[in-house]
Design a protein around this ligand. Structure first.
Ligand code: DGL
Length: 267
């Protein structure tokens, strides 16, 4: 089936999920929308996040899609049920597949969760884990400064280490053996997080787990692309030059093709 997979995020972060999708399904056509004009979502209230993500899906729905992947921890945590109710197309968020992977990984049944304030305040990951295995204990920490650090390319800086230490020490004390990176930006500071939390703690990348789950669903539904040339189209709501210049950090490859700007308020 040659329809595309629609992927959206509040900005650039969702490209870490696109990277994983392309790694395991190089033949899939992808339409990506990054709401770069209104990022961040993670610090906003529930109503605004729902309003924005509704518009993001409305924009993507113009295309011939087989599935929408919500490559944003915040939207997946706060708005997924609403989006699913309001649309016929299958919509996948990052929370469930990531929670399942973490529960499978943990040995001591102590899982840490980090994400934006919106994600952590929603309790989405803790609830998903409780549903899968109520004997697992979860420990959550909002890390609101990680997104601006990554967006400003503070990847291996001293400042990032100092802030990460502040956020992660309390989780370390709880003796977690698994840590969910519940935000699309966090894989870029994987090394910093791992250095602070300790090499023996397994880090779970929500984009990677969601990509695996997406492939599984497409396989089960016999919906994988039968062609052999994938096309990726990128749309943003602001600042094409910034997107084009730092997108390759998130994607781990150069962007091919034009990045187009749209007026998301119209949707
Ligand atoms: N994409 C968001 C997430 O994964 C992070 C950026 C934001 O706050 O919008 O939660």
């Amino acid at each position: 089936m040659n329809k595309a997979i629609g992927v959206f995020d509040s900005g650039l972060g969702g490209l870490t999920a696109v990277k994983e999708l392309l790694n395991i399904m190089p033949n899939e056509n992808i339409i990506y929308f990054g709401d770069t004009g209104r990022v961040p979502y993670g610090t906003r209230g529930v109503d605004t996040i729902i309003k924005y993500s509704r518009q993001d899906v409305n924009f993507l729905k113009q295309f011939d899609l087989k599935m929408v992947v919500v490559a944003c921890g915040t939207v997946s945590s706060v708005a997924l049920d609403t989006l699913k109710k309001e649309n016929d197309i299958p919509i996948i968020g990052v929370v469930e597949p990531t929670a399942m992977a973490a529960v499978k990984k943990t040995k001591n049944k102590r899982i840490g969760i980090i994400g934006t304030s919106g994600t952590i305040n929603s309790g989405s990951y803790a609830k998903a884990i409780e549903k899968i295995d109520s004997s697992v204990k979860t420990f959550s920490m909002a890390c609101p400064l990680f997104v601006p650090l990554v967006e400003n390319n503070y990847i291996n800086n001293e400042a990032t280490y100092i802030i990460a230490k502040d956020y992660l020490e309390p989780l370390k004390k709880e003796k977690i053996d698994t840590l969910i990176l519940g935000c699309t930006h966090y894989p870029l500071i994987f090394k910093v997080i791992s250095d602070i939390i300790g090499k023996d703690v397994e880090l779970i990348n929500s984009g990677a787990e969601t990509a695996v789950y997406t492939k599984q669903l497409l396989q089960e539904g016999n919906m994988l692309n039968s062609g052999n040339k994938a096309e990726i189209q990128y749309y943003v709501s602001d600042n094409v030059p910034k997107f084009s210049s730092i997108a390759s950090n998130f994607l781990d490859r150069e962007i091919t093709g034009e990045v187009k700007i749209i007026d998301i308020e119209k949707y």
